[in-house]
Design a protein around this ligand. Structure first.
Ligand code: ADP
Ligand code: ILO
Length: 346
């Protein structure tokens, strides 16, 4: 986008939700607005303007962004989550309501299970608009809260500053740590002052982890090998409520947990399995028919925007807003059962 705050032009084959919903009229109505943190429309759309291959293309700088720029965010939220401006979010983190016996007790298909939620700290700007001092303060407060966790959640906080290249590369390869230099986050202003203020907390077994100050201020993660989805969910639910005793999360009754990317609003939950489906992978239409039916997303095994390796895919819930946490995991579970049944039949 030019410095003059002009309507951005996108190539005709651009598929992002930004280029679909940023009409000239919406742009003109919002272009001179700013939130009380000084976050502008230009800041909100920069990632999608610089990365024309974005799927979404927008980020919020604070909770206010969702209201100040609602003419752009509302249609994107409705398009992604099927959630309208009149709906209200709902929450249910009770593991007893989840019907998910291990779909693969012999371990033939499911390599590992991971469920994460995003959380941000109440009354703070989000990552795209935060100052270095505010970010460092959040790191201090959150790491102190995490270091006080007990029992199976007890662990250690490792700041990224000072972590050796070797250790961080291994943590990334093992799927525990976020990657540096993501170009979508870079253009959203989320990589400013890197690596200061960022870090990872984990217990000894690395079944419970928290990313600090990546795309969201907290990414609370429960993961383990195999397909015991209920055990992973139960650990996560306990961790979320234990951390909440010390950190107040940013939450709106309308759009749920506030996150910097609108795809994560609501539950902010992504429940995934890494699953080997080598036969089904040869018929992507059949594969996608099942994932679409169960509202699932297919990713590669090194995170978003990565490719599959050896017929192993990352399968996760797509909807996060207007559905409960239990429903998010149930979507994933029901779809995985259907995928395994199809793979077995081939
Ligand atoms: P998100 O944090 O939004 O869920 P990514 O898709 O970037 O985002 O994944 C983050 C990391 O988590 C990546 O290293 C990815 O390989 C890993 N991961 C995701 N799902 C699983 C899983 N079921 N088992 C093991 N690792 C996983
Ligand atoms: N801004 C990126 C990613 C969108 C959804 N994923 C995450 C990690 N928030 C895009 O528009 O493709």
């Amino acid at each position: 986008m030019s410095q003059e705050n002009e309507f951005p032009t996108f190539p005709t084959d651009c598929k992002s939700m930004l280029c679909k919903h940023l009409t000239k009229e919406v742009f003109e109505a919002l272009k001179d607005r700013a939130t009380s943190n000084g976050f502008t429309l230009k800041d909100a759309i920069n990632s999608g303007v610089e990365n024309i291959d974005s799927g979404i293309g927008v980020y919020a700088g604070d909770e206010e962004s969702y209201f100040t720029f609602s003419k752009l965010f509302d249609p994107i939220i409705e398009d992604y989550h099927g959630f309208s401006a009149n709906d209200n979010h709902k929450s249910n983190l009770d593991p007893d309501d989840l019907d998910a016996p291990n779909p693969d007790p012999e371990g033939k298909y499911i390599v590992s299970t991971r469920i994460r939620v995003g959380r941000n700290v109440a009354n703070s700007p989000l990552g795209p608009a935060i100052t270095k001092e505010q970010r460092n303060q959040i790191e201090e407060d959150v790491s102190e809260a995490l270091n006080g966790l007990e029992g199976k959640l007890s662990g250690t906080y490792y700041p990224l500053s000072g972590m050796s290249e070797e250790v961080s590369a291994q943590l990334i390869a093992d799927h525990f740590l976020f990657k540096a230099g993501d170009r979508f986050l870079e253009a959203a202003g989320l990589n400013r002052d890197w690596p200061e203020g960022r870090g990872i907390y984990h217990n000894d077994e690395k079944t419970f982890l928290v990313w600090v100050n990546e795309e969201d201020q907290l990414r609370i993660i429960s993961m383990q090998m195999g397909g015991d989805i209920k055990e992973v969910f139960t650990r996560l639910a306990t961790a979320i409520s234990e951390i909440e005793k010390k950190v107040k999360y940013s939450y709106s009754p309308h759009i749920g947990y506030i996150t910097s990317c609108p795809t994560n609003l609501g539950t902010a939950m992504r429940a995934s399995v890494h699953i080997a489906l080598p036969k089904l992978a040869t018929d992507m239409d059949a594969f996608k028919a099942i994932t679409d039916k169960h509202h699932l997303q297919i990713r590669g095994i090194h995170g978003e925007h990565s490719e599959s390796e050896g017929g192993v895919y990352d399968i996760s819930n797509r909807r996060r807003l207007g559905v409960t946490e239990v429903e998010c995991v149930q979507d994933m579970y029901d779809g995985v059962v259907a995928l395994i049944a199809k793979e077995k039949s081939l």
